[in-house]
Design a protein around this ligand. Structure first.
Ligand SMILES: [Zn+2]
Length: 464
């Protein structure tokens, strides 16, 4: 009988470990590591550290900083001349929200019809355990890894990775890597693997309009006194055209990326398909320029959402002109747009369009750049081969309308390495919402793909 290749040995180990990997994931889901719960974050970090130690990695440790959820770090440096892959994922999760909206306890994993339910199952504890599964498959099945590996598991992704840039700055040598693998995105369909090739940027601002310093009788003074609530509505409506097109000059044409020919198929996404996915009632229409493809509209075009509004609640509201109104707006940018230019234009546009001399204050709470993959790099082809082999399906090249700030920081600190952003979620995962879930068959394929990927990225692989 022919001797098994190292790749085959690692795959055999990954398959043998599958039940055990699911158990590790269930255990991790049981820890309610919501970004605000320091104690649970530490418990989750410790649990991951124990798993990494057991897997056979070297130098397993927590990187602590004051007021920072610990980063879990581990590495395997066999030969400094080999390339180094960083495996990134995050163990913090969104709050569960209303318990009544869940079909079962959010922090108790439960399997129903092939899906594993529980907060964090897909975003992103499934990603954390997929990394561990791949590393363990090589270390237990082959006795070594085919290239150098650094594992970095974060506990602050859901609150904007706010200490990540400082971490890269202070630990530049320790963390320096040639390629990064991030299983924290979405596949377009269950069963179809994907590589996410771009993210949009994001600017979040709070707009406050102040009128006279107290509320006024709306009958006695209405028609003369300026109304900050109406004023803020007028300003916000002027930010977009009737189609929802953002009116800022810098966003007219700048920053779009050319979709790669491998992505063209996804331009065929239909309005009917989107309507089903988002639950759009009959008679309601999608927004955006109808001459631009739907895929471009969510991945490549800017959009603006009012995510918060302060005015008196309807119940019990007096008939009065208010002294102040506030709105929180979230502007998504084309992947290559410069977010500081957009933020400055947004502030000046709002100030210029303030009616009646009301006092306008704009506070930027977050300014994040998007990211575009350089698909010419061979690491993306390696990722594509590993995914296609594991899922036995061709790989979809996707964009995402969301923002992953760490991609830009990785680009800045590590000289723009290729970042393979893989899908742990699928359209049914409902990450951040109730009944978050993971398709277990796909997750098994993700673990297999990650195991294969380590081999594909190694220089020993002739195709690389
Ligand atoms: Zn995530």
């Amino acid at each position: 009988m022919a001797e098994l290749t190292d790749q085959a040995k690692a795959l055999r180990q990954a398959a043998a470990d599958h039940t055990r990997n699911i158990a590790s994931l269930c255990e991790l889901i049981r820890i309610p590591s919501v970004s605000s719960d320091q104690e649970a974050l530490i418990t989750a970090a410790e649990a991951i550290r124990a798993e990494l130690k057991e897997s056979g990695l070297q130098d397993v440790r927590l990187i602590n900083g004051s007021g920072v959820a610990p980063y879990v770090f581990a590495q395997w440096i066999d030969n400094p001349r080999l390339p180094t892959v960083m495996l990134y994922a995050h163990y913090d999760v969104q709050p569960a929200g209303e318990r009544s909206q869940w079909s079962s306890e959010p922090f108790v994993s439960i399997e129903r019809e092939g899906r594993l339910y529980g907060r964090g199952a897909a975003d992103d504890k499934g990603g954390v355990v997929a990394h561990i599964a791949a590393v363990r498959a090589w270390l237990k099945g082959v006795g070594r890894l085919p290239l150098n590996v650094k594992l970095l598991i974060e506990g602050e992704e859901e609150i904007g990775s706010k200490h990540f840039a400082a971490l890269l700055d202070s630990h530049a040598e320790l963390l320096k890597s040639d390629v990064v693998v991030i299983p924290d995105s979405m596949n377009w369909n269950v069963g179809d693997p994907s590589l996410t090739c771009s993210t949009r940027g994001a600017v979040t601002a709070i707009v406050e309009l102040t009128g006279v310093d107290h509320s006024l009788h709306s009958g006695v003074w209405g028609g003369l006194a300026p109304d900050p609530v109406m004023g803020i509505c007028q300003m916000l409506s002027m930010l977009v055209s009737g189609d929802g097109e953002v009116q800022l000059e810098s966003l007219r044409r700048e920053g779009r990326r050319q979709l790669d020919e491998r992505e063209i198929a996804l331009r065929g996404i239909t309005g009917e398909e989107v309507a089903i996915r988002i639950g759009l009632p009959k008679g309601m229409s999608l927004v955006g320029d109808p001459n631009i493809s739907l895929a471009d509209r969510i991945w490549n075009e800017p959009c603006i959402t009012v995510t918060g509004f302060d005015a008196p609640a309807v119940n019990g509201a007096p008939n009065a002109i208010q002294g102040v109104a506030r709105a929180r707006i979230n502007l998504r940018l084309p992947p290559a747009a410069d977010p500081s230019v957009v933020a400055a234009q947004l502030a000046s546009y709002l100030e210029r369009h303030t009616p009646h001399g009301l006092k306008c204050t704009v506070t930027m709470t977050s300014v994040q750049a998007g990211w575009v993959a350089d698909l010419g790099r061979p690491e993306y082809a390696a990722g594509s081969r590993a995914l296609a082999a594991a899922y036995e399906r061709p790989v979809s090249y996707l964009g995402t309308g969301g923002t992953l700030p760490l991609l830009r920081w990785i680009a800045k600190f590590f000289n723009n390495p290729p970042c393979l952003v893989l899908g742990t979620e699928d359209p049914m995962s409902n990450a951040h919402g109730p009944d978050e879930s993971l398709e277990l068959a796909d997750w098994h394929k993700l673990c297999t793909a990650q195991t294969l990927l380590l081999g594909e990225l190694s220089p020993a692989n002739a195709q690389f």
